[in-house]
Design a protein around this ligand. Structure first.
Ligand code: AP5
Length: 213
């Protein structure tokens, strides 16, 4: 099964993808995570990517499509959760071609609907574990009091450079302008499954399960 989690920044794509990986043994392909790895590599490409991400703008289609292509070649026999990809029509076309090349198809595109006020509240309160990637939230899932990640015991609590109100505004504008046209694209293909992303993570998970069947 191959699915796309589509939604604005803070919709809960990463949170739900991690649950699916644990429960369904699928592979999560997060272009955001891949780009953050490239950024940390200190290469010239990594430095260019870091500047674009900090501003909250989209990295070029060519770079992200290349990253996804590499992963699909490597784990061609697995089921994938595409988290944060595609984000433009050009990326959606490229994904169609890549899946076809590997004899794969798309099961569903889960559109996670969350209002802007909730997105801002979620993003500005987010932190993650720098070792295992567990996602926390100061309001709803605080970093444990003992200072250690509940999942792996690390003390490396991280906040993303683009989780500030300025970058978030640019990211949201980018979502509505460049990414939301994908809703119509996948609706026309009969793949779109909208869910209410405003509930608790467990409630959203339940809705997701219903849509995946
Ligand atoms: P990326 O890393 O993909 O970020 P994003 O799409 O902005 O999404 P987020 O990771 O911010 O949010 P999420 O939906 O995963 O929410 P989460 O589960 O963490 O991209 C970053 C940047 O990389 C982009 O701006 C761009 O520059 C570049 N990029 C990436 N992909 C690209 C592409 N394809 N093309 C071009 N450029 C690309 O949850 C957020 C918070 O809310 C957490 O604290 C969590 O605990 C909490 N939470 C989650 N669910 C709930 C819930 N149901 N109720 C209450 N709180 C919740």
């Amino acid at each position: 099964m191959n699915i796309i989690l589509l939604g604005p920044p803070g919709a809960g794509k990463g949170t739900q993808a991690r649950k699916l990986v644990d429960e369904r043994r699928m592979i999560q392909l997060s272009t955001g995570d891949m780009l953050r790895e490239a950024k940390d590599s200190g290469t010239e490409m990594g430095n260019r990517v870091a500047e674009v991400m900090a501003r909250g703008e989209l990295v070029t289609d060519e770079i992200v499509i290349g990253l996804i292509e590499e992963k699909l070649e490597k784990d061609a026999n697995c089921g994938f959760i595409f988290d944060g990809f595609p984000r433009t029509l050009a990326q959606a076309d490229a994904l169609d071609a890549l899946l076809a090349k590997h004899g794969k198809s798309l099961h569903a595109v889960i559109e996670m609907r969350v209002n802007d006020d909730a997105l801002v509240a979620r993003i500005t309160a987010r932190s993650t574990c720098g070792v295992c990637g567990e996602v926390y939230n100061d309001q709803t899932k605080p970093w444990p009091e003992g200072g250690k990640c509940a999942n792996c015991g690390s003390t490396d609590q991280k906040r993303r450079a683009d989780d500030n109100e300025d970058s978030l505004r640019t990211r949201l504008m980018g979502y509505y302008k460049q990414t939301s046209p994908l809703i119509g694209y996948y609706y026309a293909k009969g793949k779109l499954r909208p869910i209410d992303g405003m509930g608790t993570p467990d409630e959203v998970r339940h809705e997701l399960e219903i849509q995946l069947g």
